[in-house]
Design a protein around this ligand. Structure first.
Ligand SMILES: NC(=O)N[C@@H](CC(=O)O)C(=O)O
Ligand SMILES: [Zn+2]
Ligand SMILES: [Zn+2]
Length: 346
């Protein structure tokens, strides 16, 4: 197969950031994704419907000429979120709320410290048919960082899914075999997103031959057996697993430093890298379901009309991208070849 035409895809997990950065991130995603779940971990976070709608307007203002890109907003669940906030968000058409355990990742200081204390809010989500999106890692100091996702499943996720059987939950950016097994074995109300970096890399790619800060993201890359479990499940075509890039830009100075930020900026190459992975797996026929069907089906939204086309054509990811203020960002897979190219964008 030399070209691949896909029904227009969506990105179900994306960091667009805010302010001038939107001029960079919105066009990068709008070139091939019609919709994207815009993560709310701004500083300060998006905490209510009013803030979400204002953020939506700022994103829309950064769309390239003629783009129909549609951001889907989320609220950041805090210890102070109320059922009334959820009712207002539902009325405003906001599809989902994001749970960050406090301290788990970038800008998660406002996150939840006591999940059980939030159960009335989860009750409200279930009632309004909104989704709960989860960064699934425990944050206890004594739990090894490579075990934080696995422990989260047993200690936090299982109890939530048992207590709220009708609540739709997306276990975001999964990284482990245990997460794959949990999602496969539980109810149809639980699905997961998978990033390009967790399909392409394992922890050796971050730590062997020198530390590679641009491959550092959270949840952190795991050992090879976990990478293989993720690859197998996307190749299987299971509708419980769909595309969420977790493209998460940080300027170069924040990545190449003594205490670097977590996140890979993949937006300019994401759909191409997924195509490369599915090609390696001899599962290109499964890419459209993963990228364009299973996400909207799970969210209860219509699938997109229109198409994009990729061709088997090698190109090289730039070493650096310069923001309007002159600051560089080193993109994911910088300077490396990619085997598929977007030839007919949106
Ligand atoms: N994935 C990351 O490593 N970073 C994300 C936050 C997140 O998705 O956890 C970010 O906002 O930078
Ligand atoms: Zn996260
Ligand atoms: Zn993320």
């Amino acid at each position: 197969m030399q070209t691949l035409t896909l029904q227009t895809p969506d990105d179900w997990h994306l960091h667009l950031r805010d302010g001038d950065m939107l001029q960079e991130t919105v066009p990068a995603t709008a070139r091939c994704f019609r919709r994207a779940i815009a993560m709310p971990n701004l500083a300060p976070p998006v905490r209510n419907a009013e803030e979400a709608l204002a953020y939506r307007d700022r994103i829309l203002a950064a769309r390239p000429e003629g783009s129909y890109f549609e951001p889907l907003l989320t609220l950041y669940l805090t210890d102070h979120t109320t059922p009334e906030d959820i009712a207002a968000a539902s009325a405003a058409g906001i599809p989902a709320v994001k749970l960050y355990p406090a301290g788990a990742t970038t800008n998660s200081a406002f996150g939840v410290t006591d999940l059980r204390g939030r159960y009335p809010v989860l009750e409200a989500l279930q009632k309004h048919d909104m989704l709960l999106l989860i960064h699934g890692e425990v944050t206890d100091a004594h739990i090894d960082i490579f075990d934080r996702e696995k422990v989260f499943i047993d200690e936090k996720l299982k109890p939530v899914t048992e207590q709220f059987p009708d609540l739709k939950v997306v276990f975001e950016h999964i990284t482990t075999r245990e997460a794959v097994e949990f999602v496969e074995s539980t109810t149809a109300r639980v699905a997961a997103t998978i990033t390009p970096q967790h399909l392409m890399l394992n922890r050796n790619d971050m730590l062997v031959g020198g530390i590679r800060p641009h491959n550092y993201c959270l949840p952190v890359l795991k050992r090879n057996i976990h990478q293989q479990a993720l690859r197998q499940v996307v190749a299987s075509g299971s509708p419980k697993f769909f595309l969420g890039t977790d493209s998460a830009p940080h300027v170069k100075a924040m990545k190449e430093t003594a205490c670097g930020c977590a996140g890979c900026y993949s937006a300019w190459a994401a759909i191409e890298l997924y195509a490369q992975v599915f090609d390696e797996l001899e599962a290109l026929d499964k890419l459209e379901g993963f990228a364009s069907h299973y996400g909207p089906d799970f969210y209860g939204l219509p699938r997109n009309t229109g198409t994009i086309t990729l061709a088997r054509q090698e190109w090289t990811v730039p070493e650096s991208i310069t923001l309007a203020d002159g600051q560089p960002i080193v993109p994911f897979i910088a300077g490396q070849p990619v085997q598929w190219k977007l030839v007919e964008p949106l």
